[in-house]
Design a protein around this ligand. Structure first.
Ligand code: NAG
Ligand code: NAG
Ligand code: NAG
Length: 446
């Protein structure tokens, strides 16, 4: 192609961008939108992958100040960070900031929370999901998760000398979520199958052949408002609710993997977690499953989970879309632009968490001492992760059985990358030894 034509083609988007932004130019955050379409995407993605994204962002802050503009995947974006920024993102009302993003954007940072619909749809779907995932309903799944985890250990840990943690944890958390969703434990991956299931469950329910609380799909299908109309239509159940929960399995697998890594790296912490778990184990009969009340006793363990998530947040950050011109920190974020938020900026801020690169579970002893919107591993505000309690159940039960039955030592490389979730570079291979204990027999072996 003619060189002039080529440069002309390149310049057109710049003119378009300039003419679009000139109206506001005074109050738009500093920074550069980079090469049209490509912008800073490559640099940012490379930094994420090599686990240097924090430094990449800090360099931006040094250069442009706390609020700056950049372009990610061809979209003009404003990067904001810090407590006030988190509050702005998580507390603000969804008629101003939308979560709605093409799948590819969400994937960049690991924010695969597919509840990505704008108000008022967001509110309705969220309410339906939250009412299902509230502790009272979840309690009855503790036994189910307990059974899945014990079965899993039988297959993937028992008699093994080495285990590669991340892949087996993905299998485990996927099986647990399937047993919750479908009451069958079958691994169903395709949206089509989920759709068929929704139809099937609705038909069963209409014939009064199923109890509304049998599993998540049946429960969502059976929800009706005061006028007797279904709260969610089938398509919504399939696209938003079911797939978002299925998407969550990788997040839990990542968190459990990093806890296993941390317990290997911190022998004192590991001994304290073990003691707490053995206390609980002692109070149980052989083969008896853990209960919701047992989980409430795992206070030290839960602080270790939180501290692990502070240092290694599974979700690096995410994007929001400005639905109108918004002001933040004296700058204008024009309508239609993206807002980029990231978790590590506050998690690793030494004014909020002194000596941030030191693992110290005591930080979470007094939760009230942690400034609001600074620990955002579960996001915050109205969009706080609806699956919080569900994740808590699977994480705590898994640690209980693994730690009371096995000892382990890392036998690979200790480094990790972000893809976009943090991933130990070799999937975390460990050497394992059984602790001597005879309590943990499956009911079938008694
Ligand atoms: C929400 O956005 C508006 C701008 O429209 C801003 O003035 C307000 O402070 C934000 N709310 C919070 C809680 O940050
Ligand atoms: C969001 O804020 C706008 C303006 O501040 C208000 O008109 C609207 O009712 C709010 N919506 C919700 C769902 O709170
Ligand atoms: C851990 O954190 C607690 C509470 O923030 C603090 O009092 C303690 O000194 C810290 N311990 C270490 C070893 O840094």
């Amino acid at each position: 192609m003619n060189i002039y034509l080529t440069s002309l083609l390149f310049l057109i988007p710049i003119f378009l961008l300039l003419s679009r932004t000139r109206r506001y130019s005074k109050r738009i955050p500093p920074g550069s939108l980079g090469i049209p379409l490509i912008g800073q995407s490559l640099g940012f993605l490379r930094a994420l992958h090599t686990n240097t994204a924090e430094k990449w962002l800090e360099d931006r802050i040094k250069k442009y100040g706390p609020v700056s503009k950049l372009s990610i995947l061809g979209k003009p974006t404003v990067f904001i960070h810090g407590q006030a920024a988190n509050k702005f993102v998580f507390h603000n009302n969804s008629s101003i900031l939308a979560n709605q993003q093409p799948e590819s954007f969400a994937k960049i940072l690991g924010d695969r929370n597919l509840l990505e619909v704008s108000a008022p749809d967001h509110k309705r779907i969220r309410e339906a999901l939250v009412s299902f995932l509230k502790p009272e309903s979840l309690k009855q799944y503790v036994g189910k998760a307990d059974e899945e985890i014990r079965k899993h250990i039988e297959i993937y840990w028992k008699g093994k000398q080495t285990v590669t943690v991340l892949p087996v944890m993905k299998i485990l958390t996927f099986d647990i979520i399937c047993s919750l969703l479908f009451a069958s434990g079958k691994a169903l991956r395709a949206q089509k199958l989920v759709k068929e299931l929704v139809h099937e469950k609705r038909a069963l329910l209409e014939k009064k052949g199923a109890s509304p609380r049998q599993d998540l799909i049946t429960s969502l299908v059976s929800m009706h408002d005061e006028d007797g109309k279904p709260v969610l239509i089938d398509k919504e159940i399939v696209q938003n609710v079911v797939l978002s929960l299925l998407g969550g399995y990788e997040t839990s697998a990542t968190v459990i993997t990093f806890i296993i890594r941390q317990l290997a790296n911190e022998p004192t912490v590991c001994a304290a977690v073990l003691q707490e778990q053995q206390e609980i184990a002692k109070s149980k009969a052989s083969g008896e499953s853990l209960t919701w009340e047992d989980l409430a006793k795992m206070k030290y363990t839960w602080r270790v989970v939180m501290e692990t998530m502070r240092m290694f947040p599974p979700i690096f950050g995410g994007f929001r879309k400005a639905l109108t011109d918004i002001e933040f920190d004296g700058y204008l974020i024009p309508k239609g632009w993206q807002i980029l938020w990231v978790a590590p900026m506050t998690h690793m801020d030494n004014r909020i968490f002194p000596e941030p690169s030191k693992f110290n579970q005591s930080r979470f002893e007094n939760q009230a001492s942690i400034p609001p919107y600074s620990f955002i591993a579960f996001r915050g505000g109205s969009r706080m992760c609806p699956a919080y309690d569900f994740g808590r159940i699977e994480i705590l039960i898994t640690i209980h059985y693994l730690l009371t039955q096995y000892k382990w030592k890392l036998c690979g490389d200790n480094s990790f990358i972000r893809d976009p979730m943090p991933e130990p570079s070799q999937g975390l291979p460990i050497k394992v030894w059984p602790r001597d204990s005879h309590r943990f027999l499956l009911p079938s072996e008694k």
